[in-house]
Design a binder for this molecule. Structure first.
Ligand code: FES
Length: 136
C-alpha cells in the first residue's frame, strides 16, 4: 500500500542531511542511513524508521502501508529520540491502540530522525496484526 492518509494532519519532519546509524536491538542489526538513498521504499514517511527497516530487509509490520492508520508499526525509541520529529496528535491517537505502549513509543512509519544522533530502536515482539501476510 503506502501513500498519504488524507484524513489526518501530515507529520512535519526535518529530513536527515548526513549519514547516521539506526540500531535495531532485537535482531542485532545496525543500519547506516544515507540521506542520498532516502526513501528506501514507499511505505511510511520518507526516512522514517519503517522506511529504514524495510530498506534493510528488517521485518516490521505495517498493516496500513505506513499511513498512520493502524498501530502495527509500534516501536520503542531507546536512544536518539531527541533527533526525531515530534509525534502529532494523530500519531498519539493511533498509538493508543498499540499494546504495551511506553513513554518512548512511536509509530515507526511516522517517526523520522533528522540524522543528528544515532538511534536505537526496539521492535516489540508482539503487535495486534494477528493476520500477517506472507512474504512476497
Ligand atoms: S504502518 Fe500503520 S500506522 Fe504505521
Amino acid at each position: 500500500m503506502g501513500g498519504i492518509n488524507p484524513y489526518i494532519e501530515q507529520a512535519p519532519y526535518t529530513p536527515a542531511t548526513r549519514k547516521y546509524k539506526v540500531s535495531f536491538t532485537k535482531c542485532g542489526k545496525t543500519v547506516e542511513v544515507d540521506p542520498e538513498k532516502i526513501p528506501y521504499g514507499h511505505d511510511g514517511l520518507p526516512g522514517s524508521i519503517l522506511d529504514i527497516a524495510l530498506g534493510a530487509h528488517i521485518p516490521m509490520d505495517h498493516a496500513c502501508g505506513g499511513v498512520n492508520a493502524c498501530s502495527t508499526c509500534h516501536v520503542i525509541v531507546h536512544e536518539g529520540s531527541e533527533s526525531c520529529n515530534e509525534a502529532t496528535d494523530a500519531e498519539l491517537d493511533q498509538l493508543d491502540e498499540a499494546a504495551g505502549v511506553t513513554a518512548k513509543s512511536r509509530l515507526g512509519c511516522q517517526c523520522v530522525p533528522d540524522g543528528t544522533k544515532d538511534v536505537v530502536i526496539e521492535i516489540p515482539d508482539w503487535n495486534r496484526n494477528y493476520a500477517k501476510e506472507a512474504e512476497h
